[in-house]
Design a protein around this ligand. Structure first.
Ligand code: PEP
Ligand code: MG
Length: 590
């Protein structure tokens, strides 16, 4: 068999060398398509209902087998169960039986197709991921309807799992302790397989077209999760090289894990707090495991997008209260809903927008939907008595927006006071600095808030005019662009002058090439994904504030991206080359 080298998207770091196991669903059945007579409608509706109920029972039984430490899986299954229990889901399928007199199998095909199409029209990777889950649920119901055994064939030894796509529920059914790496045709950096792989610390490469047809069962494969390279049938030299790389990385990870409780002080004793960005409540376990100094960004929108209905104030209150209680006395920064545009939750007003990223997103959505906004604010204010809470407003572009948002917060406080409910009157309020106009008027904004949190992902997107999800302009997404560096420096200086805290919570906080610059500017709080914390903490310990400041002075004179990249890379490679060996290619491909 000839050697093949393929290139995909690196989704989770690490190296794996092993035999391929192709995940095929050869038990999937072909649905018989028939029209039915009026008299059979009720019987067919009952068949459909029974098959959905059986699928719910299957998922519940699956959930009961999940080890307690993998709570992230349980919550994914809960979401699937919620979808299946949603009356609208049932109706979308059932109407084909009632109105068009199709048999249940055909109705499932049609109904699932409708849901898929409505998700496909939304240009957002979050919804693209949901499509594969909806398809998966359709398949499960269909198999139950026809009575086909749909278990995945058992995995007997440690393998590299290759699949066209991998849904969260697939990853639950598979014994993950047997998986050395994931390789899939579908998916991007934020799809579930990537998130699960990163959480489990398993290397993953996604987005290689037809990979499940190119590789065969038992073929030897090398997966390089740093570069996204896959080598099928590697030669001996390649195997030796990769084993060496793998051993080095494993040793590096073991050391990092052992020192995860060591705080991040620079050589000249400057304390850098390394906090965590989370999207789901369940990630709090990783936050504690990796000993983050707190939660620097809780992206609350996912609680809305996953639920089949708008969350109630009490549901949100309980979620935030539990998070704050678990984390106390460490700080938790709760960001209000950054939805709208292309992230539409159930119960949200649907609006057609030509340019959603610049549309009714985040605070703009909230100020148009003040009832949804106020419900969340009330929940945060109430929960804030249970821990060290901070409230963060996203996408503020100017003073008017901030003042209007603050009015809603005041109104929520008055209501709670009138109702005699307990809440934190002095809850500190901060804003994301992620729109270029906010950088320009940072001095005016600083007078109104307790802290700034810089969102470099959007700040780069909006400053450089680059859609952060568009792969054709991804090469222009450059954190060290002089405009970005100057914008961040200005923001930090303004915050210092105003005497307020400033945090970096965008991806720059976890990028080894950016961390020295951020420290040199005087940023003392970084927020990044929980399991990246020990690596960044170690890096901080190898730097001094003084040398970082010198680096910033040099970079501020830089006129181009190339010049700045060169200055920083040269300096950082010289300082800590071994650290970056593992991460450079991964970050360069972001
Ligand atoms: C950012 O824009 O940098 C940020 C942290 O927010 P998000 O990635 O959720 O838009
Ligand atoms: Mg943002």
């Amino acid at each position: 068999m000839a050697k093949k080298i393929l290139q995909g998207i690196p989704a989770s770091v690490g190296i794996a060398i092993g035999k391929a196991y192709i995940l095929t669903r050869d038990h999937d059945c072909i649905a018989p398509m028939q029209s039915i007579s009026e008299e059979l409608v009720d019987a067919e509706l009952k068949r459909l209902k029974d098959a959905i109920d059986m699928t719910i029972a299957n998922l519940k039984s699956l959930k009961s087998k999940i080890p307690a430490e993998h709570t992230e899986y349980s919550s994914i299954i809960d979401t699937h169960i919620m979808v299946l229990e949603d009356a609208k889901f049932y109706e979308t399928i059932a109407r084909y039986i009632k109105n068009m007199k199709l048999n249940a199998e055909w109705a499932i095909e049609k109904g699932i197709g409708d849901i898929e199409r409505s998700f496909r029209d939304i240009e957002d990777e979050f919804f693209k991921t949901r499509i594969s889950e909806i398809k998966f649920l359709g398949r499960k119901i269909l198999n139950n309807l026809i009575g086909v055994d749909q278990e995945i064939k058992p995995i007997l030894s440690r393998v590299i799992l290759v699949a066209h796509e991998l849904t969260p529920a697939d990853t639950v059914e598979i014994d993950v302790s047997k998986i050395m790496a994931f390789v899939t045709s579908q998916g991007g950096k934020t799809s579930h397989v990537s998130i699960v792989a990163r959480t489990l610390g398993i290397p993953a490469v996604v987005g290689i077209e037809d990979i499940d047809e190119i590789i065969s069962d038992d073929q030897l494969v090398i997966v390089d999760g740093f570069t996204g390279t896959i080598i099928i049938e590697p030669d001996e030299n390649e195997i030796v090289d990769y084993i060496e790389k793998q051993e080095k990385f494993e040793k590096y990870k073991r050391e990092l894990y052992q020192e995860r409780r060591v705080p991040a002080y620079t050589k000249d004793k400057c304390h850098i707090k390394v906090m965590a960005n989370i999207e789901f409540f369940e990630e709090v376990t990783s936050v504690l495991e990796y000993n983050s100094d707190g939660i620097g960004l809780y992206r609350t929108e996912y609680s809305y997008l996953y639920k089949p209905h708008l969350p109630t104030e009490d549901e949100l209150y309980e979620e935030y209260r539990d998070l704050l209680t678990i984390m106390s006395p460490r700080p938790v920064v709760i960001r209000t809903l950054d939805a709208g545009g292309d992230k539409i939750g159930k119960g949200f007003e649907k609006i057609e927008e030509a340019n959603p990223a610049m549309g009714l997103r985040a605070i703009r959505f909230c100020l148009r939907n003040k009832d949804i906004f106020k419900t969340q604010i009330r929940a945060i204010l109430r929960a804030a008595v249970s821990g060290n809470c901070f409230l963060l407003l996203p996408m503020i572009s100017g003073l008017e927006e901030l003042l209007e948002a603050k009015k809603v917060i005041e109104c929520a406080k008055e209501e709670l006071q009138r109702e005699g409910k307990q809440f934190n009157y002095d809850l500190p309020i901060g804003i994301m600095i992620e729109v270029p106009s906010a950088v320009c008027v940072a001095d005016a904004l600083a007078k109104e808030v307790s802290f700034f949190s810089i969102g470099s992902n959007d700040l780069i997107q909006y400053s450089l005019g680059i859609d952060r999800t568009n792969k054709y302009v991804a090469h222009l997404f450059q954190p060290l662009h002089p405009a970005i560096i100057r914008g961040i420096k200005h923001t930090v200086d303004v915050a210092k002058q105003a005497g307020i805290q400033v945090t970096m919570c965008g991806e720059m906080a976890g990028d080894p090439f950016c961390v020295p610059i951020l420290i040199g500017m005087g940023i003392t709080t970084l927020s990044l994904s929980p399991n990246a914390a020990p690596g960044i903490k170690r890096m901080v310990r190898m730097l001094s504030y003084k040398e970082c400041k010198e680096l910033v002075d040099n970079v501020l004179k830089g006129k181009s991206v190339i010049e700045n990249n060169r200055i920083v890379r040269q300096k950082i490679y010289d300082k800590i080359p071994e650290e970056l060996q593992f991460y450079t290619s991964f970050f360069e491909k972001q």
